[in-house]
Design a binder for this molecule. Sequence first.
Ligand code: HAM
Length: 404
Amino acid sequence: MSEEFQSPRGFHDILGKDLRKFRKITSVVREYLKRHNYEEIITPVVEYAKVFERSIGEVTDIVQKEMFVFKDRKGRLLSLRPEGTAGVVRAYIQHKLYALKPYHKLFYEGPMFRYERPQAGRYRQFHQIGAEVFGIGEPFADAELIKLVSDILNELKVKATIEINSLGCRVCRPAYREALTQYLHNVAGELCDVCIDRKDRNPLRVLDCKVETCQTAVKEAPKVVDFLCEDCRRHYEELKVYLSKLEVPYRENPGLVRGLDYYTRTVFEAVSESIGAAVIAGGRYDYLVEELGGPPTPALGFAVGIERLSLLVEDPGKEEEFYFVIPLGDVLPQALKVAQNIRERGKVAELSYRRGGLKKQMEFANKIGADYVVIVGEDELKEGVVSLKDMRTGEQVKIKPEEI
Ligand code: HAM
């Protein structure tokens, strides 16, 4: 196949067992979100680029290197969404949801776009299902959200470690930022070119750099948890107490900073050792609603990376048993009717679209994994019956079509 007719690099089709895993993940996540009474929201795939620049931060990899930005016919800058939170926050403010209820719990599902270097589990179009809570600043909400993440992982039988950290707030972050910048100046010789620039503009991002020399250089860097103000420290301590009460296993990772600038206080990631990456991630973002023009509203959320999780879940196989209806001879109208009758009773039926003898048809039924075969034959029809074969036991009976 000529390359120009293949899907673009990093854009993938999802089919077969990958799609079954995809659906299993979304149905489990949806089920758990439902139990927590989250309400679904669908936001556009495209927003004004400013929405993301403001939310995610101008000096982040996502905004600087990974957004799919384009101009509309009036010259306005739009971007495919690289993540879901910014759009949900924009919608929350635009529809003045804050005026309706003191707090909101919303969830979304859909494709996200980042111009990253594709590799296993990393795509340029990928899918997230995520949740956002608006209007609650207390740490029990963080704990409940992390418990939800932990439940989802358990239900999907995925082994991942939940790492947590606190990134502080407006009060304590400046002092930390200063200490970190000072430290980074001292090790500037070991930093990559990008981080040389970042160290003054957005020093936290240096901690997140994947370049090896940078990772070594920041090993001894000051830790944000050592700079937390009284309120942030209490928030973090209470979160840990709640997590223990809820029996959520977690690991503190003082180096966890996340790749988006909107976070305050709690951040977390569910990291899989076997793929060496986070499968679910999130945290608190208490200033973002305000930053985008809404009233001061504490908020928090997480997003599940569906393709990443897919690498770790088992193929559930096909869900429903199905009846395969084989017409033998000149009986198509009757066979159509038999299949239709089965469907009307809420079962799954497929009419064979192949022609040919019984042997070939049975081989085909086996190949596509039919659970039951219904043979509609000319002679049997004269007696008002069809043959029903259970493919697992091999048992075969003659039966009136309406009794299947
Ligand atoms: P994020 O860490 O950028 O956070 O992405 C969340 C998850 O999406 C990651 O843990 C990963 O599983 C998946 N993911 C990210 N990039 C890719 C990619 N290129 N290919 C495949 N999967 C990917 C957020 O997006 C935040 N909006 C999460 C959040 C919600 N925070 C608060 N609320």
